[in-house]
Design a protein around this ligand. Structure first.
Ligand code: PXL
Length: 276
């Protein structure tokens, strides 16, 4: 007999930056290739990300988020997972909270996109760590980078490398905020490490520090979200995310303009699970 298995539905609350391979432009193809149904709720439409390509053209509509969620509720949609990332205003954090109220059983993943390289993003308001912190306290999983982890913990980002015990301790500290955490971009000798804590604790050293690109946090976050939604453990999800980011960096020509992100598209086939 023919049986149907409906793809898991994931509400993705992120910006849509047309060029530059970040946010929804990487999250949607990754989650769809992994067999899920991503539903996009753009927080803002930008021509590019804000990471060095000049001042992007912007389109923002403050009432859009709540109106879209109300319609989804009206037509009976529900979500297995609510995955949020780059938010430009405190009101957009309220939109995420509204989604939590409407679908309380969804697994909530917050990528607290606020900064990188030791500094908060200049485009975001000063009180953002408090706003995002409030959201993180309602999440099942948070996925800050090294800078964002320190913004959430309210202390400056240390210079220099961490050892394994300190990386694990950093992830563990975040458990005061959410029941599970995965921290990316931890400087460790010549590597970038990822550390997780929650039901399990792990430290994975993965990438050589030779090149960095915008959007790799979103690529990692999408992989983790897709893997967890498939039922994998956090360590396996983080491992798959780190491997895919590493492969996408290797697949990007050294001559490419790094501001345009990693060439992940030719690798999407690796994420497909063949059931036939
Ligand atoms: O990938 C993070 C990100 C997402 N969205 C926008 C950004 C950035 C990082 O610079 O500018 C608009």
């Amino acid at each position: 007999m023919l049986t149907y298995s409906e793809p898991k539905r994931i509400l993705c609350i992120h910006d849509l930056s047309g060029a530059g391979r970040c946010s929804l432009c990487v999250i949607l193809p990754v989650l769809a290739a992994m067999g899920h149904q991503p539903v996009a709720l753009p927080t803002a439409v930008l021509s590019t990300h804000t990471g060095g390509l000049g001042e992007p053209a912007r389109m923002e509509s403050p009432a859009y988020g709540a109106a879209a969620l109300t319609q989804y509720q009206k037509i009976g949609l529900s979500f297995d997972c609510i995955y949020s990332g780059y938010l430009a205003t405190a009101q957009q954090a309220e939109t995420v909270e509204l989604a939590y109220q409407l679908w309380p059983d969804a697994y909530k993943i917050v990528d607290p996109v606020m900064g990188d390289n030791g500094k908060p993003y200049a485009s975001l308001p000063q009180d953002f760590p408090a706003v995002i912190g409030r959201l993180c306290r309602q999440a099942n999983l948070i996925s800050p980078n090294f800078t964002e982890a320190h913004l959430l913990l309210g202390r400056p980002c240390p210079a220099g490398d961490l050892d394994e015990a300190s990386a694990a301790a950093l992830a563990e500290e975040l458990l005061a905020i959410a029941p599970a955490a995965v921290v990316t971009g931890i400087p460790m000798d010549k590597y970038i490490a990822c550390a997780g804590a929650g039901p399990e604790q792990f430290v994975q050293k993965k990438l050589h520090l030779s090149r960095s690109f915008p959007g790799t946090g979103d690529l990692f976050g999408a992989l983790v979200t897709g893997m967890l939604t498939r039922g994998n453990a956090l360590s396996a999800a983080a491992d798959a995310g780190a491997e895919f980011v590493a492969a996408a960096i290797r697949n990007t020509s050294p001559e490419a303009d790094p501001r345009l992100g990693v060439w992940f598209e030719p690798l999407l086939g690796r994420l497909v699970q063949h059931n036939d």
